[in-house]
Design a protein around this ligand. Structure first.
Ligand code: HAM
Length: 406
């Protein structure tokens, strides 16, 4: 888990602004769900055999002995809320987005954290392949707006539940003959979740995956048509993509289209998602198809350059008790006007004040001492040029605003 320090926060703000502005244009509305959910929600959606649930979940008992977990992702919670709130009874397309910390007990390394932020979208109620295309185009637009260098998508289809089941059987047969060469995890996966072998990071397993059967050979007509239309949509919108027929994703709920967003030279996906047509029903709702994705915020933050010129601000240096009290009113009047200003109430000498003003990076230092109070003035020192000017205490708000404009 990691801290986001003050120097990095403006980059986070910038990315958050690009993301929310873009998804708003596509008609997405924000939804906020709790960080803690019942553990079973994730077992029933992501799958109890998945790495996320079986190895990485932060789960514990609450004071009444109920099994709860920190959310490892957002889709399950959004679908739960969609059903519980009654949204699922309305016959229309819902476009929802969410943002917040997720938790996975992963092996920490660059781009992989135990607490990380996801910005995700879920489009519920649309089964047309053009919806799949639209979310991918939106993600590509986001990548372009963030000036991500050379983004590209890996795409695949897992087929409908029947195609997926058939493919799973074929993969099981294929790897059963090679069981001795599989890693220990994949040996277990042959019976519990054969498709997961295709996603194994072990180099020995990876070699065998490249020769494994591909799903495209056994898709039903509807699934073929769905994938074809999806491809047409992203092609006509100039989305750069490659088909990876072995792309399966590490979560159980996917059906048909799956995709991941990469940049050249980076091993980790920046974002990933796909269609999950059976999840709403699986979690107790009506038969409602859906598609979505989530962006890993830290992966974007690590990738893009962003330097904002900091807003210029003031520092207030008051010398002596009378000046301090006068300054106490002035500083907050300026703040009410939206002027950024800070001070240190404990510093007594002008020298020390000026040193602190320098350290904070203030553009101007306002100085008020007993002489200034007598003359009903304040001194404003330009910290860049060293020039000073006297400003009347009757007109200091307008005058400080004028300084900000120049
Ligand atoms: P996911 O592939 O598990 O999918 O995660 C989505 C993205 O979250 C990843 O591509 C990555 O950028 C980021 N991410 C995942 N784990 C970590 C980690 N340990 N540290 C840093 N970043 C990480 C999902 O979570 C699905 N819920 C996506 C989705 C939404 N599918 C449909 N709707």
């Amino acid at each position: 888990m990691h801290d986001i320090l003050p120097g990095e926060v403006s980059k986070w703000y910038f990315i958050e602004r690009v993301l929310t502005e873009t998804v708003n244009i596509y008609g997405y509305k924000e939804i906020r769900t709790p960080i803690v959910e019942s553990r079973s929600l994730f077992e029933r959606s992501i799958g109890s055999e998945s790495d996320i649930v079986s190895k990485e979940i932060y789960a514990f008992k609450d004071r009444k002995g109920r099994d709860i977990a920190l959310r490892p992702e957002g889709t399950a919670s959004v679908v739960r809320a969609f059903i519980e709130s009654g949204m699922s009874t309305e016959k229309r397309v819902f476009r929802l987005y969410y943002y917040g910390p997720m938790f996975r007990y992963d092996r920490p390394q660059k781009g992989r954290y135990r607490q990380f932020y996801q910005f995700g979208v879920e489009l519920l109620g649309g089964k047309d392949p053009f919806f799949d295309g639209e979310v991918v185009v939106m993600l590509h637009t986001i990548a372009k707006k963030l000036k991500i260098p050379k983004p590209y998508f890996l795409v695949n289809t897992l087929g409908c539940p029947q195609c997926k089941e058939r493919y799973s059987g074929i993969i099981k047969d294929y790897f059963s003959k090679k069981v001795d060469h599989l890693c220990n995890d994949c040996k277990k996966r042959i019976t519990s979740a054969p498709l997961r072998i295709l996603d194994c990071k072990n180099s020995g397993c990876k070699k065998m995956v490249s020769d494994a059967p591909v799903i495209s050979d056994l898709l039903c007509n509807d699934c073929q048509e769905h994938f074809k239309k999806f491809e047409e949509y992203i092609k006509v919108n100039n989305v750069p993509y490659k088909i990876d027929f072995h792309l399966v994703r590490g979560l159980d709920y996917y059906t048909r289209t799956v995709f991941e967003l990469y940049v050249e030279g980076e091993e980790n996906a920046l974002a990933a998602g796909g269609r999950y047509d059976t999840l709403v029903q699986q979690l107790g709702g009506p038969d409602i198809p859906a598609v979505g994705f989530a962006i890993g915020m830290e992966r974007i933050v690590n990738l893009i350059e962003y330097n904002t010129p900091a807003k210029p601000f003031f520092y207030l240096a008051c010398i002596g008790e009378i000046a301090k009290l006068k300054g106490a009113a002035i500083i907050n009047k300026l703040r009410e006007e939206g002027i950024i200003i800070e001070t240190d109430y404990e510093i007594e000498s002008l020298r020390a004040h000026l040193k602190t003003a320098n350290k904070t990076g203030a553009r101007w230092c306002i100085i008020i001492g007993e002489d200034e109070i007598k003359k009903n003035e304040m001194i404003v020192k330009d910290m860049l040029t060293g020039k000073q000017l006297d400003i009347s205490l009757d007109d200091y708000i307008n005058k400080t605003k004028e300084l900000l404009k120049c």
